[in-house]
Design a protein around this ligand. Structure first.
Ligand SMILES: Nc1ncnc2c1ncn2[C@@H]1O[C@H](COP(=O)(O)OP(=O)(O)O)[C@@H](O)[C@H]1O
Ligand SMILES: [Mg+2]
Length: 331
């Protein structure tokens, strides 16, 4: 257990809110629009540094001057986050930070209703999902993704200019090949690791002999070729006004019994696949960071049938779990 108490002030619809966790599992019950997701959002900000759904200006309660999140941890530490409409501050052990330092972050596994649609969502959503999943554990990857996105933006800006010449995009080509290659290699390794475990994890939920895997769909082959293609594509990209080659086109295809899961797996099977993925995420956090992730389940518990609810609870029996729901779960 890591979180003991949460206090909120002027956080979205909450004027004042207090929650005390008295065991490993905490249930937040409330009707739609009551402010349940907001509580998880506040916890996420305090432990991960930023919201999973909005910027601070949108989070600050309408017409209020500042918001405060105060989290008391089990180890006695306190994390205080405040935002005054312009600046955000993290106060930890008497020290003030503009951003939450990596050493003060605590791993969180967030489970949102939209995750249940991951398999049929857009490739962009899947890339963001896996990027976030890897970034939580791998700072170097997080930096590569951020540098890649900046370079891509710069190259695309240049391509929109009438008179842009090939030498101008060259430095961006070099950066894209450099970071793009790193992203490719890390994604590839991560998917290999997940594939070693996902069928077993799936079977622990479904109790049958179905197989699951993820196919990493990419056009990247080598670092040298990456740079060459960007150079060769210049005229085409100039006409298209954007960069047509790179890891920003990658996708992750879920496979069920050797076929594409989308269209072949049932709704329940898809849910089990996503659960299996979350279980692996927790495993990897524990292996690599030696910490038990905090599990935040936003409105998904009631979406699962009893068998999957039980699998979830038993898999995370040693983790602290905070669940939001509109109705009291059966189990
Ligand atoms: N900045 C804000 N100030 C005041 N109310 C807000 C703000 N942002 C969102 N809300 C309100 O909060 C509610 C949504 O909160 P949310 O945590 O998503 O609810 P729930 O998860 O319980 O459905 C909505 O009624 C919305 O209008
Ligand atoms: Mg909600």
């Amino acid at each position: 257990m890591i979180i003991k108490k949460i206090n909120l002030k002027n956080f979205r619809s909450h004027d004042e809110y207090e929650l005390e966790a008295d065991g490993l599992t905490t249930l937040i019950l409330g009707e739609n629009g009551w402010g349940k997701t907001s509580v998880l959002e506040a916890i996420y900000i305090a432990l991960q540094g930023k919201s999973f759904r909005a910027v601070d200006r949108e989070i600050l309660k309408r017409d209020a001057e500042f918001y405060v999140i105060l989290i008391k941890l089990m180890n006695g530490e306190e994390v205080r986050v405040s935002f005054d409409g312009v600046n955000k501050n993290f106060l930890i052990d008497g020290k003030k930070w503009k951003r939450l330092p990596r050493k003060n972050r605590y791993p969180v596994i967030l489970f949102l209703p939209s995750d249940l649609n991951l398999i049929s969502a857009s490739p962009g959503r899947r890339r963001d999902y896996f990027d976030a999943l890897i970034s939580q554990r791998d700072e170097k990857y997080a930096r590569a993704v951020s540098k890649y996105k900046k370079a891509l933006k710069q190259r695309n800006e240049l391509l929109k200019r009438e008179n842009v010449e090939i030498f101008e995009v060259f430095p961006w080509n070099v950066m894209l090949a450099e970071y793009g290659w790193e992203i490719f290699e890390t994604r590839k390794k991560e998917i290999e690791k997940i594939n070693e475990k996902i069928t077993e994890s799936y079977r622990s939920i479904a109790e049958n002999s179905d197989t699951v895997s993820i196919f990493y769909k990419t056009d990247i082959k080598s670092k040298d070729e990456y740079l060459k293609i960007l150079e060769n594509d210049f005229l085409r990209d100039k006409i298209l006004k954007h960069t047509s080659f790179g890891v920003q086109k990658d996708d992750f295809i879920f496979q069920f019994n050797g076929r594409e899961a989308e269209g072949s797996a049932s709704r329940g099977e898809v849910r089990s696949i996503i659960l299996a993925l979350k279980f692996i995420e927790a495993d990897e956090i524990e292996e690599e960071m030696n910490k038990k992730a905090l599990i935040l389940l936003d409105d998904v518990f009631s979406e699962l049938d009893e068998k999957r609810q039980r699998a979830l609870i038993s898999n995370f029996s040693d983790n602290q779990i905070i669940i939001t729901s509109t109705s009291k779960p059966e189990i």
